[in-house]
Design a protein around this ligand. Structure first.
Ligand SMILES: Cc1cc2nc3c(=O)[nH]c(=O)nc-3n(C[C@H](O)[C@H](O)[C@H](O)COP(=O)(O)OP(=O)(O)OC[C@H]3O[C@@H](n4cnc5c(N)ncnc54)[C@H](O)[C@@H]3O)c2cc1C
Length: 506
């Protein structure tokens, strides 16, 4: 490949827009949790977001379903803090179901989430800046002392004692020269159909119950789908149902899905799938005939705007193609119409940092007594990625270390998105799931704030001080005996006996 032509960009003076204790870049769930935690810990906090709304993947893509990584198999809750508070806030607003602890995935109204996040941030005193791309860290040696932002009003600078990178793809860490790994990850565009007659669709599925895709994405069979819809008002037709759905196989074999299923626009082939419609999933918790469709996957090896643009524009065309197919072929979809395309292609991964510690999937799966860390910041359920279901299969929990958020070769910078912390690249559902991102966000925001108040770089904050603050903010760091072991007993205000509403439904 010929190297690109290089232009010299002239240097210039940039006005300082604000000076704060903590700057959080990226207003997805991780960034909102980081900013909330920082402000609640008493820091002046600015949150900058490139779009005009908050929530990141959870709102931009319409992926209105929070994986339930809050409870272990017996129903007891082990993730608390902001991650749980956001769900409760949605419940109070009528935007998520009260019985969420029983569900394998928690459906929510992602439009309401945008506003719930604004309310929470404003209550905590966070300054929100939208339409402001964090484009380059302001460095003194290895220390990140703020950031240059680019927006409609030109380039501005924010000075910060500590910064948290919640861009989802570790943009700032990468620009700061932190060692990052780019890993193969998938992306999808979602679209919303209106005018779907779900009852008619269910009757159609019942005509060939044996041909229904069994044991996909936690949905055991047609009976489970129907029960969830009737009792919980959650319609969840799992991802990757295609290969096991007899009707769809027949349609494809008969040519009804046509040729566009294959890559026609010079894009790379679909990841591991002969027909991209196989990867789709369908969800709703609404009673108004709308259904969100999660489409097929694109896979990228590195963050490259040219490649992402090709995927994005191709995916938007593909959504119409898939919607037309559904309208034409699926009973119950005859009057459907594509109402909304996701605002962005949702990226499941991208870059992750090389950090002070690394969480490997085997270590995480050990969980419980075998995997302990002195710098624990959360205790999620283990084994949540069980292929047979979305929920946890055991009562074991794992300890998540703070060190995975701390880059090794930069100072005053933490990484708060579960997509970009230092794991073995397995892109594990817990870490990059919505609750996981909020867990890392809260811990990094609190650390950045406490350190800033003491004039310390975030990475030098004594970990017990961070843990005390997390406990004060309602995070669970272990059972009483573990807390005694860590010298942290007597702080925090919840009991391990809270909320045991019963097993997760499968
Ligand atoms: C298609 C898809 C389906 C998924 N399904 C589920 C699911 O069912 N359940 C579940 O729990 N999880 C699911 N996930 C995972 C989960 O939604 C995300 O990993 C999580 O929401 C990421 O949150 P985040 O805040 O870390 O990152 P993001 O949501 O990516 O947020 C990053 C934010 O930063 C902004 N930003 C980026 N760069 C900059 C910059 N340089 N300057 C300023 N702002 C910037 C972005 O606009 C965005 O708002 C899914 C993900 C995808 C892509």
């Amino acid at each position: 490949m010929t190297p690109p032509r290089l232009l010299h960009e002239p240097a210039g003076e940039v006005p300082v827009f604000a000076e704060v204790d903590v700057l959080v870049a990226g207003g997805g769930l991780a960034g909102c949790a980081a900013a909330l935690a920082a402000a609640r810990a008493g820091a002046t906090t600015l949150l900058t977001e490139r779009e005009g709304f908050l929530g990141g993947v959870s709102t931009a893509t319409m992926m209105a379903s929070i994986g339930n990584h809050y409870v272990v198999a017996d129903g007891s809750q082990t993730i608390y803090g902001i991650a749980a508070e956001v769900v409760e806030r949605l419940v109070t607003a009528g935007a998520a179901p009260e019985g969420w602890r029983r569900l394998k995935a928690i459906p929510m109204d992602s439009e309401r989430l945008k506003v719930a996040l604004i309310e929470m941030l404003e209550e905590a005193g966070v300054r929100i800046l939208t339409h402001a791309l964090a484009c380059r860290p302001f460095m003194e040696g290895r220390s990140v002392k703020g950031c240059f932002l680019e927006g409609k009003s030109g380039r501005i600078a924010v000075l910060a004692k500590n910064t948290v990178d919640c861009t989802g793809e570790a943009d700032l860490a990468w620009r700061a020269g932190v060692e990052v790994r780019e890993h193969r990850a998938s992306s999808s565009l979602l679209f919303k159909l209106a005018g779907v007659d779900l009852e008619r669709f269910l009757r159609f599925l019942a005509e060939d119950e044996a041909g229904f895709p069994q044991n996909v994405d936690g949905v055991a069979n047609l009976h489970s789908l129907v029960r969830s819809w009737r009792e919980e008002r959650v319609f969840f037709f799992g991802h990757h149902s295609g290969p096991k759905w007899r009707w769809l196989r027949e349609q494809i074999a008969g040519g009804a899905y046509g040729e566009l299923r294959r890559d026609q626009y010079g894009n790379r082939p679909w990841w591991g799938l002969a027909e991209n419609i196989d990867a789709f999933g369908m969800y709703t918790s609404r009673q108004d005939g709308t259904l969100v469709i999660n489409t097929g996957y694109y896979c990228f090896d590195r963050i490259d705007v040219g490649e992402l643009s090709r995927f994005e524009t191709h995916a938007q065309r593909l959504c119409y193609y898939a919607a037309d197919f559904m309208k034409r072929q699926i009973p119950g979809f005859e009057k459907s119409r594509l109402e909304h395309l996701g605002a962005a292609l949702g990226l499941r991964g991208g870059r992750h940092i090389v950090g002070r510690s690394k969480l490997t999937i085997p270590a995480y799966r050990e969980g419980g007594t075998k995997w302990k860390c002195d710098d624990v910041i959360a205790t999620p359920p283990v084994n949540i990625h069980d292929r047979s279901g979305f929920g946890p299969a055991t009562n074991r929990t794992a300890e998540i270390p703070f060190g995975v958020c701390v880059p090794v070769n930069a100072s005053r910078l933490l990484v708060g998105s579960g997509k970009s912390v230092n794991t073995d690249g397995g892109n594990y559902r817990l870490f990059r799931g919505m609750s996981g991102c909020m867990v890392f966000g809260q811990a990094t925001g609190a650390a950045a704030a406490l350190a800033a108040q003491r004039g310390l770089p975030s990475e030098e904050l004594p970990v017990r001080d961070l843990q005390r603050e997390l406990l004060r903010q309602g995070v669970r760091l272990g059972d009483p005996s573990r807390l005694r072991e860590l010298g942290l007993d007597g702080i925090g205000n919840f009991s391990d006996d809270a909320a045991r509403p019963g097993r997760i439904e499968r």
